[in-house]
Design a protein around this ligand. Structure first.
Ligand code: ADP
Ligand code: MG
Length: 377
């Protein structure tokens, strides 16, 4: 074993609520300097775990050690722990009646006993690091969501914690603001602070972490490097979870289907999986031309289409399959006189194959590959 210093150790952690037991037997050792992404289906106790590490909630049984101190022991001092553990929530939780700089100064003054001047200097220094010096005297509601979350991170950092816990720090943000917050988290990670980050953003998880924990069945179900968890998960549930993340399925079963919603789903899928922008553009265009131009006008009522895309990060391409029809007479949608749509489809996809699927619920399958960079006409 390496000489890495253990910062956090969790033994046989159990948490029972009246209606649910999300954690049954969780064991974990975190070394100083590790950046750990925590992933898993919702309801598997990810937030619960962070709340118990931060002593916002009591454990049902089991032990948590921070350094040499057992923080689950009745004699443990919560205020002492709180100085060492910072937590950033989904909703930024800033004090709305305090200015940005006052938000950051409050805890260092009251809990660490810093003088007003020292707390102010520290706040200003940290604000400069995240590019928000000019917002020191603003109130939280004058800032964008992304800026508020950056301030929440600064506020936690002002306590110089030994470990930072993030509970889905970007999931309440507009997509446009995710990047700035992730950049700040990455900057903090590089400074050597130990971090546990619960996230649904797998691309972010993969890029930022040195280790990934997949939570399921009441504990750490699989533990590995980002490469291991995302590329070669060993256990069944991890495999299924990772596979599902990489597949987007959209069912279209009405002519007035939610086109805008489908667009947003494809874009979100792209972001989540780190799909290059031009591949996402190809997927959007392909969806539009295939579904609205080549299929819907020719399918009988009610139209039935199942469009799915799976992204292959290694190859940098997406495999698209489109099942359609009502298992009536087979028809190949690429045999159309809509030349414009066909050209667009061929411009963004290659290796287009049609197969009749007699006996299947749809009857027809078109498959194709969308590449990065897309083929030029
Ligand atoms: P995750 O963050 O992985 O989505 P949570 O830790 O929020 O999961 O919740 C795990 C389970 O515990 C869920 O079934 C949830 O309903 C339940 N739970 C969480 N907090 C409470 C609570 N305060 N009271 C009762 N049940 C709760
Ligand atoms: Mg949660």
């Amino acid at each position: 074993m390496s000489g890495a210093k253990t910062l956090l150790r969790i033994e046989h952690l159990k948490k029972e609520y009246p209606g649910a037991t999300p954690l049954r037997d969780l064991n974990l050792t975190v070394n100083a300097g590790e950046v750990i992404a925590i992933i898993g289906p919702s309801g598997t106790g990810k937030s619960t775990l962070l709340r118990m590490i931060n002593q916002l909630e009591r454990v049902t049984s089991g032990k948590i050690f921070f350094g040499d101190e057992e923080i689950t022991a009745p004699s443990s001092r919560i205020d002492h722990l709180r100085q060492n553990v910072g937590m950033i929530f989904q909703s930024f939780n800033l004090f709305s009646h305090l200015t940005v700089v006052e938000n950051i100064m409050a805890a260092p003054m009251s809990l660490l006993g810093l003088s007003k001047q020292d707390a102010y200097d520290r706040a200003k220094r940290l604000l400069a690091k995240v590019g928000l010096s000019q917002k020191a005297l603003s109130y939280p509601d004058e800032l964008s969501g992304g800026q508020q979350q950056r301030i929440a991170i600064v506020r936690a950092l002002a306590m110089e914690p030994k470990i930072l816990l993030f509970d889905e720090p970007t999931s309440a943000l507009d997509p446009a603001m995710v990047g700035e917050v992730e950049a700040v988290i990455r900057q903090v990670a590089e400074s050597g602070v130990t971090m546990l980050i619960v996230t649904h953003d797998m691309d972010f998880a993969r890029k930022i972490s040195s280790r990934v924990l997949y939570l399921d069945e009441g504990g750490v179900y699989e533990d590995g490097t980002p490469e291991e968890i995302f590329e070669r998960p060993r256990r069944e549930k991890t495999r299924q979870f990772i596979k599902n993340l990489k597949v987007l399925s959209i069912a279209v079963e009405a002519r007035d289907f939610d086109f805008i919603g489908c667009h947003a789903e494809i874009e979100a899928f792209g972001r989540k999986n780190g799909v290059p922008e031009d591949v996402v553009r190809g997927l959007l265009l392909l969806f539009e031309e295939l579904v609205t131009q080549l299929l819907l006008p020719r399918l009988p009522e009610p139209p039935r289409i199942l469009w799915s895309a799976e992204y292959d990060a290694k190859e940098g391409c997406a495999e698209v399959s489109v099942h359609y029809g009502d298992n009536g007479a087979p028809f190949d949608a690429t045999e159309s006189d809509n030349e414009i749509s066909l050209r667009i489809v061929r411009g963004c996809a290659e290796n287009i194959r049609y197969a009749a699927e007699s006996g299947g619920p749809y009857g027809n399958l078109l498959s194709m590959t969308v590449r990065h960079p897309p083929k030029k006409d």
